[in-house]
Design a protein around this ligand. Structure first.
Ligand SMILES: Cc1cc2nc3c(=O)[nH]c(=O)nc-3n(C[C@H](O)[C@H](O)[C@H](O)COP(=O)(O)O)c2cc1C
Length: 357
């Protein structure tokens, strides 16, 4: 116990200098499983609250703008624990209508020189029914539910397949995400095109006009394709957009491990920022934007808010930064606000947009 308290007190530095080198000796997915068991204890974590970080968006109160991105808590097994690590929300999933095992292992690879990860998990998850069971007695903490298509569902049946997952999870999420941007389900990303995307969003909205739907996009889309997504979001009544998922590009890597899959972390940061800026510069002001990709510190969070994000999320940064990362980011956000003479986090919103749009 004293050992864990020491870890807690020494924070990010101790994780990065001692625990992370140890953990990085083992298979990433095995470490992930072990971390899952430790997460529920809250050990090594910590929270930080400040009213200047709070926002109410689409009727949901967020204690701070930093959430855990989809893919870590795929089956909603740790939702009670995430506030203990400082997160302001969690996006669970990707969840599919039917359970599926995902791709064969190994399917997750670290790129320490570039602070990146490559994954080709392929939506391994317990299925919407089991996940719904985990969410029935959930706490008041904001939860998004990220929905995907089963691998063996043909593109023509995609809308029905998303609907099947949604029906089982209806009423359990504060928002839902139409994930059409993971590179590890063949054909999934073509669902970002206008016709199929409109069909999926329309089908879900017909089933529940009150639920809030977001569309999560890839960092590899051309501006014209992003404009199509924006027009679907406007016409179809989406609540917002999430920019971005992982990239299929391998640009600028120090060492390319030549593994198939989506690349995340530092190497995706510029692409995600550019997509976010394009979306913010071209969408109606009432669309909520969530910025994700390459966040490792408070400056990354502020930059995404300045580019137009209302909320942010991270995944890879947590693997590299450890359990103290989010409280550290939140403290640093407040220090930056003091320095900049900013009264609340929303004052940064869209400050940098004109330069990028
Ligand atoms: C191992 C791993 C699994 C992921 N699984 C999902 C997923 O199931 N659904 C999804 O929408 N995004 C998934 N993502 C993408 C993240 O949610 C996020 O969009 C992306 O990693 C960029 O953020 P980051 O640079 O902070 O990691 C996954 C990412 C990683 C690294």
């Amino acid at each position: 116990m004293r050992y864990f308290r020491t870890i807690h007190n020494r924070g990010v530095g101790f994780y990065q200098s001692v625990l992370r080198p140890l953990a990085f000796r083992f298979d990433p997915e095995w470490v992930h499983g072990l971390a899952g068991r430790l997460i529920d204890t809250g050990l090594g974590g910590g929270s930080f609250t400040d009213p200047r970080l709070q926002q109410t968006l689409f009727g949901v109160k967020f204690a701070n703008p930093v959430g855990l991105a989809a893919g870590f808590d795929k089956n909603a097994e740790h939702t009670a624990a995430w506030p203990n690590f400082g997160f302001g929300h969690v996006e669970i999933g990707t969840v599919t209508a039917r359970p599926q095992p995902g791709n064969p292992r190994p399917r997750m690879f670290r790129l320490p020189e570039d602070q990146g990860l490559i994954n080709r998990m392929g939506f391994n998850n317990a299925g919407a029914e089991v996940v719904a069971g985990h969410l029935r007695n959930r706490d008041a903490f904001p939860i998004g539910i990220n929905l995907g298509k089963n691998k063996d569902t043909e593109p023509a049946g995609a809308a029905t397949n998303y609907l099947l997952a949604f029906e089982k999870l209806r009423g359990l999420g504060d928002y839902y995400v139409i994930n059409v941007s993971s590179p590890n389900t063949p054909g999934l990303r073509s669902l970002q095109e206008k016709g199929p995307l409109m069909e999926i969003l329309g089908t879900l909205r017909n089933a529940d006009a009150a639920a809030r739907f977001f569309i999560k996009v890839a960092p590899d889309l051309m501006p014209s394709a992003l404009d199509d997504v924006i027009s679907v979001a406007h016409d179809g009544g989406a609540t917002g957009l999430i920019a971005t998922n992982t990239t299929i590009s391998r640009d600028g890597l120090t060492r390319d491990p030549h593994q198939d899959g989506g690349l995340s972390g530092r190497p995706v940061r510029e692409k995600s920022d550019a997509v976010l800026a394009h979306l913010a510069g071209n969408c109606n002001l009432d669309l909520i934007l969530i910025g994700v990709g390459g966040i490792f510190g408070a400056d990354d969070v502020i930059r995404k808010i300045q580019l137009g994000a209302h909320l942010t999320q991270l995944y890879t940064g947590w693997i590299y930064g450890g359990p103290q990362l989010v409280p550290t980011i939140l403290r640093d956000l407040c220090a930056r606000m003091d320095r900049d003479g900013v009264r609340n986090i929303q004052e940064y919103h869209r400050q940098e947009l004109p330069r990028f749009a």
